[in-house]
Design a protein around this ligand. Structure first.
Ligand code: FMN
Length: 372
């Protein structure tokens, strides 16, 4: 096996170990995937200032996100179907994040439930909420997140209707996978994945099945989203959600300056500048090109593939960042250890880059490390 030195290596290994339909689910954007690509490419265009003969000893990446201490400003983004990249994926990723000292965000569309993740962690994690038409179910989700002592609610605003990802349609994505010859082949060629999946009973959307009344068949994500997600979600809804939750609230999926202003007015604790990893509005700007935003604490996700990318986002005004695919690739490649490895790769790259830019503390990093 080749040495794993960067996120790209984890991606290559995940491709070999995860059935095609789930690997593709992670590695895809909407339509032409232009925004998905731009998220990564626009980081490369930002240049850093190399500084010398400054004290580089005693460096620290510690900071806070929404006032909560983090060992580095990188949280795990909420991702659906994570338990299909690897058996019990959400539980393993949450444990890796906890040990690393960074937040884990559990998606509404996860395989392992809020309660599953709470049962294997000792510190609070974050919960991401999608708003469905069935309000009773939404209220119940909020209450379950409270009962599990989640320390932030991440309300996603940019997926009330589902962007089309061609690969998912071509692959016939579902969880659990259907047992057609094509799907059986995709799984049979990944025996390690199958063995682990046979060893768990967590193979469907456990936050939803048995909780939402009107859920009969979740196998078609597209059909279910069309039916259940509320396309009339509005700023007014943010108010009652905030009230019911009554804890730290983060609004995810803000890209436009006008929306950032509106978000600041809601009294939320932070926004995530995000285009859902290029999975929704193809043709939208990359996340990094939409910084800075200054009315409210700003986080960013989309396209982060190295510690340098994190540093650039921080320099341009983000207080924290999130990684989606990098940790999914780690998980698919090597399970919990792979998530830790992904975080460690990013930590080391960030630390070295910060030093070479002449800074010792992440809290001192600002625009002055960016070359004009
Ligand atoms: C496979 C996958 C599933 C995702 N599912 C969700 C989800 O359930 N809820 C959500 O708010 N965002 C979801 N996202 C978006 C991520 O939270 C995040 O915005 C995005 O992955 C960041 O881009 P990156 O993957 O380039 O780091 C998903 C992203 C991926 C790749």
């Amino acid at each position: 096996m080749t040495q794993i030195l960067e996120i790209r290596d984890l991606k290559a290994l995940a491709r070999r170990r995860v059935p095609k339909l789930f690997f593709d689910y992670a590695d895809s954007g909407a339509w032409t995937e232009r925004t998905y690509r731009a998220n990564e490419e626009d980081f490369a265009g930002i240049k850093l200032r190399q500084r010398v003969l400054v004290d580089m000893s005693d460096r620290s990446l510690e900071t806070t996100m929404i006032g909560q201490k983090v060992s580095m400003p990188v949280a795990l983004a909420p991702t659906g179907l994570t338990g299909m990249q690897h058996a019990d994926g959400e539980m393993l990723a949450a444990q890796a994040a906890e040990a690393f000292g960074v937040p884990f965000t559990l998606s509404t569309m996860s395989i392992c439930s809020i309660e599953d993740v709470a049962s294997v962690t000792t510190k609070p994690f974050w919960f991401q909420l999608y708003v469905m038409r069935e309000r009773e179910f939404v209220l119940d989700l909020i209450d379950r997140a409270k009962a599990a002592k989640c320390s932030a609610l991440v309300l996603t605003l940019d997926l009330q209707i589902l962007g089309q990802r061609h690969k998912d349609l071509r692959n016939g994505l579902s969880a659990p996978p259907r047992l057609t010859p094509k799907h059986l082949w995709m799984m049979a060629t990944r025996p390690g994945w199958c063995m682990k999946m046979l060893g768990t009973n967590r193979r469907t959307f456990r936050n939803i099945v048995g909780h939402a009344k009107s859920v009969a068949d979740l196998s078609s994500l597209q059909a279910w989203t069309n039916e259940q997600f509320d396309p009339q979600l509005s700023w007014k809804d943010v108010e009652w959600i905030k009230e019911r939750w009554s804890g730290p609230l983060i609004l995810k999926g803000i890209l436009d300056p006008e929306d950032a202003k509106m978000a600041a007015k809601t009294g939320a604790d932070a926004i995530i500048v995000s285009n859902h990893g290029g999975r929704q509005l193809d043709g939208a700007h990359s996340s990094i090109s939409m910084l800075p935003r200054d009315q409210i604490e700003v986080h960013l996700d989309g396209g982060i593939r190295s510690g340098q990318d994190v540093l650039k986002a921080i320099a341009l005004g983000a207080k924290g960042t999130y990684i989606g695919r990098p940790f999914l690739y780690g998980l698919g490649a090597l399970g919990k250890e792979g998530v830790t490895l992904a975080l460690d790769i990013i930590r080391k790259e960030m630390d070295t880059t910060m030093a070479l830019c002449g800074k010792r503390r992440i809290t001192e990093v600002g625009r002055d490390i960016i070359a004009e």
